[in-house]
Design a protein around this ligand. Structure first.
Ligand SMILES: [Zn+2]
Length: 278
C-alpha cells in the first residue's frame, strides 16, 4: 500500500503551512474567480462564495486539495456553456446564462470540504479518498447532466421508465451515463502523485459514479417537483410564471442543491468504506 500521500500529522496545525503553496493557490483562486466572472460562468454571489470556498481548500489541504476542486470547477463551467443555446431550446439549460451562483458553490464545495477537514484532523488515508470521491461525484454528476441533455433521444426517468424531457431530475441517458463513468478518472489521475499507482485510484471512479447514480435516484424519488398553475408545466422551482407552484411530488425542502450535497457526501462515505475493502 503506497503511502506517498502527505500525512496530515506531519503538519502541526490544521492550516497548510507551506507558504509558497498557499500563495500559489490563493493567486489561482483569485485569477480563475475573476476570469469566471468576466466569462459569466459565475454571478457575483457565486464569485464571493467561490473565493471563500476555494481559499479554504488551499488553507486546509494545499494544492493536492485545490487542484481537483479547480478541475471540477473549470470542466463544469466549460460543459455548462457548451452548446448552451441548444440546451436552452430544450429547456434543460442552467438559468442565468449558465452562471452558477452561491447555492451551487456551497452544495458542491461543502461535502468534499468536510472530508478534507476530517482528513486533517484524523490523518487517515481513507478520509483523503473520501474527499477525492466526493469531488469525483460532483464532476461525474455535473458533466453527465450537461452532456446527457444534448442526447438526440429523450432520457428515461428512473422507476417510471418513461421517456421525459431532457434535463428532468432523475432521468438518465446512455451518453450521460458514459460521461459519468469516464470523467471521475481525471480526479484519480490527478491523485497519482499523492497515492502512487495502486488499486486505491479506482475508489474515486467507482464511488464518484455511484454518487451520480444516487443523484438520479434521489431526483426521481425525493426531490420536490412542482406544477405551475398558470402554464401546467412540471418544474423543480417553487415559482413559475410569476406565481407560486404547487408541490406534486417529493419532499418540499429537498431541492436540487440538497440532492447534490447528499450524493457528494454519499460518494465520500462510500469512498472511505472502499478504502478498507480494496
Ligand atoms: Zn408556468
Amino acid at each position: 500500500m503506497a503511502i506517498a500521500i502527505r500525512e496530515a500529522s506531519e503538519m502541526n496545525t490544521i492550516i497548510c503551512t507551506n507558504l509558497i503553496e498557499v500563495l500559489l493557490g490563493l493567486s489561482m483562486v483569485l485569477l480563475f474567480g475573476l476570469l469566471s466572472l468576466s466569462k459569466k460562468t459565475v454571478d457575483f454571489a457565486g464569485l464571493v462564495t467561490g473565493v471563500v470556498v476555494g481559499s479554504s481548500y488551499v488553507f486546509v489541504g494545499g494544492l493536492m486539495a485545490f487542484i481537483p476542486l479547480l478541475t471540477f470547477f473549470l470542466l463544469a463551467s466549460a460543459f455548462t456553456k457548451y452548446k448552451y443555446s441548444v440546451k436552452m431550446k430544450r429547456g434543460a439549460a442552467e438559468g442565468k446564462g449558465g452562471a452558477r451562483s452561491w447555492n451551487n458553490v456551497v452544495s458542491n464545495g461543502l461535502p468534499p470540504f468536510m472530508f478534507l477537514i476530517l482528513w486533517r484532523i484524523f490523518s487517515s488515508q481513507a478520509l483523503f479518498l473520501a474527499f477525492l470521491s466526493a469531488i469525483a461525484a460532483n464532476l461525474s454528476d455535473t458533466l453527465s447532466n450537461e452532456v446527457g441533455t444534448l442526447s438526440h433521444t429523450d432520457p428515461i426517468l428512473l422507476f417510471s421508465w418513461r421517456r421525459v424531457p431532457a434535463g428532468t431530475s432523475g432521468a438518465v441517458s446512455t451518453r450521460g451515463t458514459l460521461v459519468g463513468l469516464i470523467t471521475p478518472i481525471i480526479i484519480s489521475i490527478e491523485a497519482v502523485p499523492f497515492l502512487g499507482l495502486n488499486w486505491q485510484l479506482l475508489t474515486p471512479i467507482f464511488a464518484g459514479f455511484m454518487g451520480n447514480l444516487i443523484d438520479s435516484v434521489l431526483g426521481a424519488t425525493l426531490e420536490a417537483k412542482y406544477r405551475c398553475p398558470t402554464c401546467g408545466k412540471i418544474i423543480e422551482k417553487r415559482y413559475h410564471c410569476g406565481a407560486p407552484a404547487e408541490l406534486v411530488k417529493g419532499v418540499g425542502f429537498i431541492n436540487k442543491d440538497v440532492v447534490n450535497a447528499s450524493m457528494s457526501a454519499f460518494a465520500g462515505i462510500l469512498g472511505a468504506i472502499l478504502y478498507y475493502l480494496i
